[in-house]
Design a protein around this ligand. Structure first.
Ligand SMILES: Cc1cc2nc3c(=O)[nH]c(=O)nc-3n(C[C@H](O)[C@H](O)[C@H](O)COP(=O)(O)OP(=O)(O)OC[C@H]3O[C@@H](n4cnc5c(N)ncnc54)[C@H](O)[C@@H]3O)c2cc1C
Length: 283
């Protein structure tokens, strides 16, 4: 894996579409997008939005994208742009377009709020890779993997779509996806031998506390414990529970499990970043 260079891309909203009750697809474009590369799968990138009431998107451009992180930390939090992490849902060429699927969660978060009201022409800045082989892809099954386990909530549905599209034909895979509404189910084209279980909260009796964790716990992982590869993403507490279950109860080697908390209940992404910085400094 190379440490591919990252660049800032100044883009504009081309169009938006409410694809299901929970999801808004925002399509971005602009001349600079030509250099934007995607490794597919769960390709992540940073999205920068104007602060509420501002039109400027203040990012540390002068320092070169390779030094953006320390420069970002030095910027005044009241002036710098809103930064969030998203997944490439689809990157097309001719014409160059980038789709992002936002799982809306009300108006508590600036990114969700922005996506719900975005209009053609609105500016955004993206920090993304210029090479397909880049460290913003976490889904990397080892060569000996014989089966795949995916567990995700709505925020990680775009990543699951990218992973399923990428998997080699016939790959055995068990996939669990939790979404708020039955109507949030979408076609997920794949050549893999994927068994997909949708966990739709509005179809469940009562309010189960942990539907995704319960569903994964209730079923044996696919294939052989020694050669399965698992990928978990969604709410951080749920991801932690799932990982612990796969390691402790199912005996899967922790090195065969890729996991990422995509959000944490009651915590903004800004707070999560501050906590990570504090932990880094303490270490
Ligand atoms: C690698 C990676 C890839 C991601 N890809 C996507 C993607 O493609 N699409 C996508 O929709 N999200 C994605 N996310 C998750 C997204 O970054 C977070 O949901 C983010 O917190 C949204 O920012 P916000 O400004 O709307 O809310 P914030 O300001 O960060 O949070 C405000 C409040 O909302 C809560 N909250 C945040 N997200 C949710 C949610 N989904 N449901 C309920 N409450 C929530 C927080 O706990 C907090 O209390 C990804 C995250 C990571 C780390």
């Amino acid at each position: 894996m190379t440490a591919a260079p990252w660049e800032f891309f100044d883009l504009n909203v081309l169009r938006t579409a409410r694809i299901t009750p929970t999801f808004v697809r925002v399509t971005l474009g602009g001349p600079s997008l030509a250099r934007f590369a995607s490794g597919g799968r769960d390709q992540r990138f940073k999205l920068f939005l104007p602060r509420p009431g501002a039109r400027e998107i203040s990012v540390p451009r002068g320092e070169g994208a390779e030094n953006w992180w320390p420069a970002w930390q030095r910027m005044d939090p009241d002036e710098r742009a809103v930064m969030r992490t998203y997944t490439v849902r689809e990157r097309r060429r001719d014409p160059g377009e980038l789709d992002i699927d936002f799982a809306l969660h009300g108006d508590t978060g600036p990114a969700s709020r922005w996506a719900a009201t975005a209009h053609p022409g609105d500016p955004v800045t993206v920090l993304g890779p210029v090479e397909e082989d880049n460290p913003g892809v976490d889904f990397r099954p080892p060569a000996d993997a014989t089966a795949i386990l995916l567990a995700a909530d709505a925020t990680a549905l775009p990543a699951v779509a990218g992973i399923l599209a990428w998997l080699p034909p016939g790959t055995p895979a068990k996939v669990w996806i939790e979404v708020p509404h039955a109507a949030d189910r979408q076609e997920l084209p794949t050549k893999a031998g994927a068994e997909i279980t949708w966990l739709c909260l509005d179809e469940m009796d009562g309010r189960p506390a942990a539907p995704l964790a319960d569903a994964v716990r209730a079923t044996a992982p696919p294939g052989d414990t020694d050669t399965v590869y698992a990928w978990l993403a969604g709410e951080a507490g749920t991801v932690k529970t799932l990982r612990r279950h796969l390691v402790d109860a199912r005996g899967i080697d922790r090195r065969r499990i890729a996991f990422c908390g995509y959000w944490r209940r009651g915590t903004t992404e800004d707070d999560l970043i501050q906590q990570a910085i504090a932990a880094e400094a303490a270490a």
